[in-house]
Design a protein around this ligand. Structure first.
Ligand SMILES: Nc1ncnc2c1ncn2[C@@H]1O[C@H](COP(=O)(O)OP(=O)(O)OP(=O)(O)O)[C@@H](O)[C@H]1O
Ligand SMILES: [Mg+2]
Length: 239
């Protein structure tokens, strides 16, 4: 049965008076991995920013756990269980790994679960445990990405919004990361909305996917079916 955790209904949003998203509707059910793919400038980042309240919303509804959150400020959306791992990661370079993780658990409820959450993050990313006292700015690209995800997990999100987590990483690390996403979803029951350029990998680990072009959803469906979609194969050279 359908169990929508997050839903965008006919959303128009952008920056200032400039509209980027046109009539965007998408849904992420509890327990799903949903991929959002599309070319550069399609509006993928804008969609994630809109979900956490960092753009101008002109029209439409954003629903989370059945409630309209259009007017809920960003920090309260985080409190409700939305977490964004932004493009470029946004970790605090001069702080240690551990300090960065603590910063992820800043709201009251997350703080109460701090030691539990830390154990969870270190189980998922043993590398971060080994390097907990290292200055974050000296981590490798893959490790920085793990830290950014780990920090988001410290807020105990109900849904994790990931913006191109594999950007700039070596192919081997990219595959590792995708396996981690699968594990996060299957073992730790984290719902994921994943924006990615690696279309094939994304379709392989996701349940459903949306394709966005010029601020519009142009294709959607079960990922297993989209892998074989002729338009998608042509556009993204999936072999
Ligand atoms: N802060 C901003 N102010 C004005 N326009 C913006 C802003 N951020 C993005 N845009 C514009 O919105 C459109 C969509 O950008 P967005 O970053 O959402 O695309 P994207 O799908 O994430 O692309 P990419 O794959 O390159 O990350 C682009 O035309 C971009 O120039
Ligand atoms: Mg982007």
């Amino acid at each position: 049965m359908r169990n929508a955790l997050l839903e965008l209904i006919n959303v128009e949003a952008g920056y200032g008076v400039f509209r980027v998203l046109h009539d965007v509707s998408l849904r992420v059910d509890k327990g799903e991995i949903v991929a959002l793919v599309g070319p550069n400038g399609a509006g993928k980042t804008t969609t994630l920013k809109t979900i956490v309240g960092l753009t101008n919303l002109f029209k439409g509804e954003i629903m989370f756990e059945g409630s309209r959150i259009n007017d809920v400020p960003t920090y309260n959306r985080i409190k409700k269980g939305l977490a964004l791992v932004p493009e470029g990661r946004g970790i605090f370079a001069p702080l240690t790994v551990l300090e960065n993780l603590y910063l992820g658990a800043y709201h009251e409820e997350a703080r109460q679960k701090l030691s539990d959450s830390l154990e969870m993050v270190f189980t998922i990313f043993p590398k971060l445990k080994e390097r907990k006292n290292q200055i974050a700015g000296t981590l490798s690209g893959g490790e920085s990405q793990m830290l950014a995800i780990g920090r988001a997990l410290m807020s105990r999100p109900k849904i994790l919004l990931l913006d191109e987590p594999s950007l700039g990483l070596a192919p081997k690390i990219v595959s590792e990361l995708f396996q981690i996403f699968k594990g996060l979803n299957e073992e730790w029951k984290v719902t994921l909305l994943l924006v990615e350029q690696h279309v094939k990998n994304s379709l392989e680990i996701s349940h459903r996917a949306y394709v966005m072009e010029s601020g519009k959803i142009v294709l959607e469906g079960e990922s297993s079916a989209l892998v074989n979609d002729e338009r998608l194969r042509k556009a993204y050279l999936i072999i």
